[in-house]
Design a protein around this ligand. Structure first.
Ligand SMILES: [Zn+2]
Length: 222
């Protein structure tokens, strides 16, 4: 492979048109953060139950060091409201990373491997963002996280998910209309429930829309 080809593979063109779709309202649960969201994200985030399970399970494999990966899915424009949203359908755990207790670095090899796996295993899908863990820390983007996000996931609609695996909390960082991102304020998301209509989300910092946060988790078998 020539250098120019590898460059293309490292940063594949993300100029494919979004699908015109209808926001799926059936079998859906909106999860809200604990604070009022006065800011409006450029895109809404929808997550399948399968994808949520995948990044949650990956987040638990190392409770000392940060782990992460790519969020695989598709980009949409709602056919009725013209609102943009991304649908996260799976994950690609990152390889060739450098990580420690308080940092995670994607390398060029990480991105090449991620895009290779995307092409091979998820044809017609895109990297709609990335995720990583903050073991024992809060849900925020560090200066380095912001750098990584801007350099490796620069499209306005690409999102960053941070998960704290000890307390099982998480949140999505999404750019706003002017391209700015608040490193301390995460957004909620829409969960696509399982076919049986069940939820797999168990983040204690989020509550279903219309319910107070204290009312979630009425099953106490965990
Ligand atoms: Zn981080």
């Amino acid at each position: 492979m020539s250098d120019s080809q590898s460059q293309v593979r490292l940063f594949p063109p993300n100029n494919t048109m979004p699908f015109r779709s209808r926001i799926p309202e059936e079998l859906m649960c909106r999860w809200c953060p604990p604070f009022e969201d006065s800011a409006k994200p450029l895109v809404s985030v929808f997550v399948t139950s399968a994808a949520f399970t995948q990044f949650t399970e990956h987040s638990r494999i190392d409770l000392e060091n940060e782990v992460g990966g790519g969020l695989v899915g598709s980009r949409h424009v709602d056919a009725r409201t013209e609102e943009q949203f991304v649908l996260i359908e799976g994950v690609i755990p990152a390889r060739f990373t450098r990580q420690g207790t308080t940092f995670l670095t994607f390398t060029q090899d990480t991105l090449v491997a991620m895009n290779d796996e995307l092409e091979e295993c998820f044809p017609e899908r895109q990297l709609v963002g990335w995720y990583h863990t903050h073991p024992g820390m809060g849900v925020f983007l560090s200066h380095f996280d912001l750098w990584l996000h801007d350099h490796f996931f620069p499209e306005p609609w690409q999102v960053a998910l941070v998960i704290e695996p000890h307390s099982e909390i998480g949140g999505f960082f999404i750019r706003q209309k002017k391209g700015n991102i608040d490193a301390q304020r995460y957004f909620g998301f829409y969960e696509i429930l399982t076919q049986a209509g069940l939820s797999v989300v168990a983040w204690s910092n989020m509550h279903p829309e219309g319910e107070a946060s204290s009312e979630i988790g009425d099953g106490d078998d965990e």
